[in-house]
Design a protein around this ligand. Structure first.
Ligand code: FAD
Length: 290
């Protein structure tokens, strides 16, 4: 059965900090737009640190005629500032947002503000804007690092879906069992919204290892040892990473994942190569076996 039409394939960017970065991202976007993803999403620095940059990037993508989903993080924000942002997005005709708690930078003074957890932001968006937005929330197949327990984290996820989220995107992972178990566990709690795997292409061992450590993501030993063994040989890291991540994606889709969300890191090549190797839409139109 060709289920790709009902699946959602999307790509994430972060807002560039410089004019040069913005120019580079335009080129990356043009390359990835050729794949016709369902949407591009744009991250939002916690505490509003990238508010202007996120908005500028979102406006550019919108002007290019693409579907864009801004991320919104609520920690350190006020209801007034979020209301204003939601109004702006509505006026721009944006219908999709990714609603997050976010993390205040360490050492940041002050409290969390008016919102403590993402479920409160989801409730707020629904209260303020009804059904205007399709709301995505974050999911953690290996559990959020601050969760009191796995059970509490599953309950927190279900709470934010019940607050009005339509679907979820996961933290990246390399252990597919964690994802499938997470989906099964929340389904057993009555939560059946699409949970789209977040996919991190592999290009740099030390950077990836740092991300995994910080976010408590399991990098399987066989992957870690191979990557370490390549040392500075970036070509081998990329080639191995492409094989590993393409296989991960193919396995996830074969077991029913409702799409894929690529953490592009503002780079086109790896995301595009994986996408093409998988034969994802629009390539799927020419390859009905996908
Ligand atoms: P929540 O769902 O609120 O959960 C945070 C923690 O609180 C969890 O440990 C949860 O178990 C616990 N918790 C939840 N509710 C309760 C409760 N009532 N009582 C006690 N504990 C509770 N960050 C950004 O700053 N900007 C971005 O653009 C961004 N985009 C992201 C996109 C995706 C797809 C993902 C997976 C993450 C993203 N993040 C982003 C990171 C995210 O903001 C952090 O992981 C943050 O620490 C948690 O956000 P959350 O929305 O998952 O929080």
């Amino acid at each position: 059965m060709n289920t790709s039409a009902r699946r959602t394939f999307s790509v994430e960017f972060f807002p560039p900090k410089t004019d040069e970065g913005a120019a580079k991202l335009r080129v990356v976007r043009a390359e990835l737009a050729a794949l016709d993803p369902a949407f591009f999403s744009v991250t939002f620095g916690a505490g509003g640190s990238t508010r202007e940059g996120t908005l500028a990037t979102v406006m550019e993508i919108r002007a290019e005629g693409r579907v864009v989903a801004p991320h919104l993080s609520c920690v350190g924000q006020t209801t007034a500032s979020l209301r204003e942002l939601l109004r702006t997005y509505r006026e721009m005709g944006i219908r999709r947002v990714v609603a997050l708690r976010g993390d205040l930078p360490s050492g940041a003074g002050g409290g969390a503000g008016e919102f403590r957890y993402a479920n409160e932001l989801v409730e707020f968006i629904r209260r303020e804007t009804g059904d205007w937005f399709h709301i995505e929330v974050a999911a953690y197949p290996e559990f959020h690092p601050q969760a009191r327990s796995a059970k509490d984290d599953l309950a927190a996820f279900v709470r934010k879906v019940n607050a009005g989220a339509n679907s979820a995107i996961t933290q990246f992972f390399y252990n597919a069992d964690a994802y499938h178990r997470f989906v099964a566990d929340v389904a057993a709690l009555g939560c059946t919204v699409p949970i789209v795997p977040g996919i991190m292409p592999i290009s740099n061992y030390s950077q990836l290892s740092g991300f995994c450590e910080k976010s408590r993501i399991d990098m399987p030993r066989w992957i870690e040892e191979r990557l370490k063994g390549y040392g500075d040989d970036r070509e081998s890291i990329r080639a191995f990473g492409l094989d590993v991540v393409t296989d991960l994606c193919a396995g996830l889709l074969a077991r029913g994942a409702p799409g894929l969300h690529f953490y592009s890191m503002n780079q086109a090549t790896l995301t595009r190569t994986i996408w093409q190797r998988l034969g994802l839409p629009p390539a799927a139109a020419a390859n009905p076996a996908v």
